[in-house]
Structures are given as C-alpha cells and as structure tokens.
Design a binder for this molecule. Structure first.
Ligand code: UT7
Length: 331
C-alpha cells in the first residue's frame, strides 16, 4: 500500500474590514509612507475592530468559509489546530473557541505558539495525525489579532503588524501529493530580541506592568532582521537540497511576510525568480501565524496540481523552518 500523505485540499481566510494605511499612521506616530515602504514593503494592514472581538473571530471566520467552500459539515472535522500568539485568553485554547463558534463538536483542538513560524509548525503537527492514519480531516488555522499587542505610540513596531486569520483543510492522499517534508527549528536565546515582557507567569500583570507598557511587542528590529535573513534563507535552501530540488523545480515560494527585504533575500538564496514568490505584505503587513495561509488563499487559483511549493518562515522564539509540499488540486 502506498504511503499516506497529508494534502491541503482547501484554503480560506478572514480579513477584517478596517484598513489602517501608512497615511493614517503618519498622523499617529512620527513616520512616513516612504520610510515604511522602503524599509518593510508595507502600505496598509487590516485591523479587527469591535468590543470583545478576538483572534477566535478571525480564525472562526476563516474556518466557517472553509467549511462552506468545501461543503463539509462541521461534524466531519476531527482535529483543529490553531497557531497563534494572541489567544483570546490564557485558557481555554483559541482552537477550542474556534471549534465552538463554528459548530465543530467531534474534534479535539489545541493551540500552537510559535509566533511567525506558527503555521508551519501547526501544519507539520497536523500532517503527522493524517500520516498516522488516525485522523481524516484536520483543520490548521493561523490567526493573530496583532493589534491587541501593538503599542500604537511606538513607531518601531506599530507600522509592521496587521490582523488576519486563514485556514487550510488537510486530508489523506495516496497519490503522493501533499506535505513531503518539513524542517523545523528553534533557539530560545532569541527571546531576548523579540518578546512580550509581562503578562506571563514569570511577570504577571500588575498596575506596574501596565504603566510600563510591558504588554506590548518588544522587538530589537535590527538584531531580529539579521537572524531572520540568514535563517529563513538557510532553511529554505536546506529543504531544497535535502529533497534534490533545483531552483527550476520550485513552482512557488511562500515566505512569511515580515519584511520585503527578508523575502527578497530568501528568494535570491533559493535562486528563484520573483514571479514565483507569493508576496502580499504590501496589503496586510505582518499577520504573524496568518501570513502563509493567507498567501495560499490568494494564490489558490494560480497553483496547479503537482506544483512543488516551499513554505518558509522565521519568527519570535526564535522559531524558523520550511515545508516542502506538492500541491494537490487545480481550482
Ligand atoms: O516576523 C517576526 C520577525 N520579525 C522580523 O523579521 C522583523 C525584522 N526586522 C525588520 O524587519 C527591520 O529591522 C525593521 C523594519 C523592524 C526596522 O528596519 P531597519 O532598517 O532595521 O531600521 P532600524 O531599526 O535600524 O531604524 C533605522 C532608523 C532609526 O533612526 P536612527 O537611529 O537611524 O536615527 C529608527 O529610529 O529608522 C528609525 N525608525 C523609523 N523612522 C520612521 C524606526 N521606525 C521608524 C518608522 N518611521 N516607523
């Protein structure tokens, strides 16, 4: 019997309506559209507005439209994994809340926190449940309401992030399509450069932590940039070499969208021309766990069955990695 692989058989997204443009940011902090565009490639990002709205609403929006698109009943789903670093609450898991909001009652669900690499971590974990034969319909969600942890008085970070959710369905495939390989890495020394200072068990929330603005993203941009440029490109090249993929064999590169300069460096190292690189950072900014599935959703119609696709990400932790997959359908 041929090996069971886990194939993405559908993809969907949820984008909040509100668009925060660079022009608007110019009125909020000392910045310019020109600085943001040349340093990052971002022109606008989406923001989830509304009292009580959280990451689960982004994830549930994506899952609901995925189920509708695939014509699948929520009862058929047997696992939901949500990659996020902006959970609705400490507990329960946002995946539990997404399942409840979408009527998924026969699944177990949990979150994965690997920041910007969250989606490829979660995709790899979901893949194992399919490959083992124990689970048949797995939903992997990448969702982050980054606006909930962004300090809109800090020009160094507030221009970078946006809110979004996107989800894929994984199903067994016995024709060799789907996720072929993944390389996942982490190095906790990176926490010094990118973290949230308070609110966790090491430094619980207090008046003092709120006054000191310690519940926002803290990032030493240049240091993170150096690690990101090197590691995201290295791991993408490593997965190509491991699987004997030449540049011309790669149909699409799907990079995490943190900075256009990091994306360009990764594509150059892979020897892949820009037309084959999915880039939508200009319109959504860095949506953390949602960037990669958001690209897959936007490019869904262009991908062809059998296309070799390399996903690559780098993020807080540090975490990074790459996934090599063969696209499983034409749409
Ligand atoms: O996705 C998770 C992982 N995160 C990343 O991959 C992010 C990696 N880092 C980056 O993408 C870049 O480092 C940033 C986009 C965050 C910053 O770009 P940079 O080219 O590294 O700029 P910088 O931090 O070195 O700052 C250059 C100058 C500084 O001014 P001085 O010291 O040269 O006078 C900053 O104060 O730009 C200034 N600056 C700004 N100016 C206008 C910083 N932010 C802004 C801003 N508008 N928004």
């Amino acid at each position: 019997m041929s090996k069971i692989t886990a194939a993405i058989t559908g993809v969907s997204s949820f984008l909040p309506e509100y668009i925060l443009t660079n022009k608007e940011l110019e009125k909020m902090v000392e910045t310019t559209d020109e600085w943001i565009m040349t340093r990052t490639g971002i022109r606008e990002r989406r923001i989830l507005k509304g009292e009580g709205k959280g990451t689960s609403d982004l994830g549930a929006g994506a899952v609901k439209s995925l189920l509708e698109k695939k014509g699948i009943s929520p009862n058929e789903i047997d696992l939901v994994i949500c990659a996020t670093i902006t959970p609705d609450m400490f507990f329960p898991a946002t995946a539990n809340i997404i399942s409840d909001k979408t009527g998924i009652k026969n699944a177990f669900s949990f979150d994965i926190g690997a920041a910007c690499s969250g989606f490829i971590y979660a995709l790899t974990v979901g893949t194992k449940f399919i490959e083992s034969g124990t689970h048949k319909k797995v939903i992997v969600v990448g969702a982050d309401k980054m606006s909930s942890i962004v300090d809109y008085t800090d020009r160094q970070t507030c221009v970078l992030f946006g809110d979004a959710g996107a989800a894929v369905l994984l199903e067994p495939n016995n024709e060799g399509y789907g996720i072929i390989d993944s390389l996942l890495k982490s190095d906790g020394c990176g926490r010094a450069y990118l973290h949230m200072k308070a609110g966790g068990s090491a430094r619980p929330s207090s008046h003092e932590t709120v006054d000191a603005k310690e519940h926002y993203i803290y990032q030493e941009g240049q240091s993170v940039f150096k690690f990101a440029v090197k590691n995201m490109a290295d791991v993408a090249v490593e997965i190509m070499e491991k699987n004997n993929l030449k540049s011309e064999d790669v149909a699409w590169v799907v990079p995490h969208q943190a900075n256009l300069r990091i994306i360009d460096a990764t594509a150059n190292r892979m020897g892949v021309s820009k037309e084959k690189v999915m880039i939508n950072i200009e319109r959504y900014g860095n949506t953390t766990a949602a960037t990669i599935p958001l690209c897959l959703w936007e490019w869904e119609k262009k991908m062809k069955k059998g296309d070799n696709i390399v996903l690559s990400a780098f993020g807080g932790g540090f975490t990074w990695g790459a996934v090599y997959l063969k696209w499983a359908y034409n749409s």
